[in-house]
Design a protein around this ligand. Structure first.
Ligand code: ARG
Length: 562
């Protein structure tokens, strides 16, 4: 990666880590650094030592001491050769570290809501990016399958549905349950419990029974789990999500006592009104509960046990949590607790705290008291995408089957891209017109650009050859492409470092725009000379390759025709 090479050169001369940027103004070169000013060194002196390097056309000193680097045309052209050589590996690396990433994590007995969509999409993209950079990745779906809410559910189920049913009759009822019913029972419990506080107590005792392994409680709980997993699997299939394991909160049952004992022994946990809490000396953090006064464990206790397990099992360099920003405090308390317990440093963990999805007024806006079901949204996206393809010029060449398939790829891709193209921390707006806009910064626009490249290459019957590209005169549009395409590996590294797939989206959007401008202004197959034709086809193939690599990191498929 060229930026690293420049950094190395500068390190050798100055002994310091230089900040190296891409100047906004092309007149200031391809890279620029202010190291001379920062380190109070002579910029001219540094430039002189570097300018002979064959990578650079020239190295210039500008302003109060900026050093600007201009890459040679040969270097820029060589990038195309590199891309065509490395193909689907272009942009990747081999870093040999281990990442555990906790993502998706929907809750059992509740529909897969739109709220878990972001975690699922961003989590999978981060997983892909790290894997591409050579990390060993373990994706763990920390299902919400344990907690006092199951006591509430069991209580209400028994009251409304199971009554005194037993044996086969009972099994049948459990088998036929739907998620919608469970959701309703859950809502009903809370409505009624407001008036009848005694219900809360009974629910808590059911959860305690569950924690103690009571047969009936376990049976009902298992039925809810099975039913939910079936529903989640449907969604993961639609979204093409592959998570390595789904241990879930319940998996850590047997490990909780040890964690609690350790916290007591290390004097991290103290008694407070019958409960056990962790107080935080270093930070202005409110105390966190690890054991309730009725003896029930908490979400935090289970997360502590999860960390202990993950550290031992996978020895990760980094553990990421792709979870909504509303759990900010929980993760802060969790990471601090881990440090207090001396299991690991806080820096080993990071909460990728995503914002909310808001719906623009319209058909799928939230009505009061109704959660939006993700499956409905995804189906709607596919339906709309199919309609667009049906009406588009390019869609005409597709068979009915192809149209169906492409429609699914475009609909799902659009939803994913809308999420991934914005920084995770902000709220995002769900606006159908924007998401599916073929001309804007959207998934379909990028898929369309890829399909356009493929169509050119098909028409030309182009086969990627390992050709060294001859030096030719570049027009402005070609040069504009070459001056950014080599940044791809850097962008991926930045995206990983900042947990920001949106950087990859920005990059390919810019690249696609430049290519489309080039495409409109210049003939490719009918280029002025045979050398130009070869070059422009190679350029097209390189663009297609980079787009494909990027889309695959984002979890978006790239149809050949669209
Ligand atoms: N199931 C939780 C929820 O929906 C998210 C779990 C996130 N992961 C974790 N290790 N706490 O709120």
């Amino acid at each position: 990666m060229i930026r690293n090479e420049i950094a190395k050169l500068l390190r050798e001369i100055t002994g310091k880590e230089a900040r190296i940027e891409h100047p906004a103004d092309a007149g200031h070169g391809d890279y620029s650094t202010n190291i001379a000013m920062e380190a109070k060194l002579d910029a001219k002196e540094i430039a002189r030592k570097i300018e002979d390097n064959p990578m650079f056309e020239k190295v210039e000193v500008a302003g109060p001491g900026f050093i600007n680097f201009f890459l040679t045309k040969e270097f820029l052209l060589d990038t195309i050769t590199q891309i065509l050589r490395q193909k689907e590996k272009y942009g990747g690396a081999e870093q040999g570290k281990t990442l555990v990433i906790d993502y998706s994590a929907p809750n059992i007995a509740k529909p897969f809501g739109i709220g878990h969509l972001r975690s699922t999409i961003i989590g999978q993209a981060l997983y892909n990016i790290y894997e591409f950079l050579g990390w060993q990745c373990i994706g763990d779906n920390h299902l919400g399958d344990w907690g006092t809410q199951f006591g509430e559910l069991i209580y209400q189920l028994k009251k409304d549905k199971l009554k005194d049913k037993a044996g086969k009759e009972k099994n049948k009822i459990l088998e036929d349950l739907t998620i919608e019913e469970l959701e309703k029972l859950y809502v009903k419990f809370h409505e009624e419990a407001e008036k009848t506080p005694k219900m809360g107590e009974e629910a808590r005792s059911w959860f305690k029974k569950l924690e103690k392994g009571d047969k009936e409680a376990k049976e009902i709980w298992q039925a809810c789990v099975d039913l939910s997993l079936k529903e989640f699997d449907r969604i993961y299939k639609l979204l093409a999500i592959k998570i390595d394991c789904a241990l879930g909160e319940s998996f850590y049952q047997g490990m909780l006592k040890k964690v609690i004992d350790e916290a007591i022994k290390k004097k991290i946990a103290t008694k407070s009104q019958g409960a056990l809490i962790i107080k935080y000396p270093q930070e202005k953090l409110p105390p966190a509960m690890i054991l309730k006064s009725d003896g029930a464990t908490t979400y935090l206790t289970r997360d502590l046990a999860t960390i202990k397990y993950r550290l031992k099992k996978w020895k990760p360099d980094l553990i990421l949590y792709e979870v909504g920003a509303e759990q900010y405090l929980h993760f802060k308390q969790l990471f601090w607790a881990v440090e207090l317990l001396r299991w690991a440093k806080r820096e080993k963990f990071f909460h990728v705290a995503h914002g909310l999805i808001r719906f623009k007024e319209g058909k799928l806006s939230t009505r009061k008291g109704r959660t939006i079901h993700l499956e409905e949204v995804l189906k709607e996206a596919i339906k709309r995408a199919r309609k667009i393809i049906e009406q588009s010029e390019t869609g005409r060449g597709l068979s009915k089957e192809e149209k169906e398939k492409v429609g699914e790829a475009v609909g799902i891709g659009a939803v994913k891209y809308n999420d991934l193209s914005q920084h995770y921390s902000g709220d995002i707006i769900f606006d159908w017109d924007k998401i599916l806009n073929l001309k804007g910064n959207s998934g379909p626009y990028l898929q369309y650009t890829f399909a356009r490249c493929q169509s050119v290459l098909r028409k030309a019957e182009y086969k990627v050859k390992d050709e060294k590209i001859k030096s030719i005169d570049l027009n402005k549009e070609e040069e504009d492409i070459l001056r950014i395409i080599y940044e791809f590996p850097e962008v991926i590294e930045e995206a990983a470092k900042n947990f920001s797939p949106n950087l990859i989206c920005n990059f390919i959007f810019g690249l696609a725009q430049r290519y489309n401008l080039f495409y409109t202004l210049h003939p490719i197959i009918k280029a002025e000379t045979p050398e130009l034709k070869v070059f422009r086809l190679a350029l097209t193939a390189a663009i297609a390759q980079v787009l494909k690599n990027a889309l695959s990191l984002l979890g978006i498929s790239a149809p050949e025709k669209m």
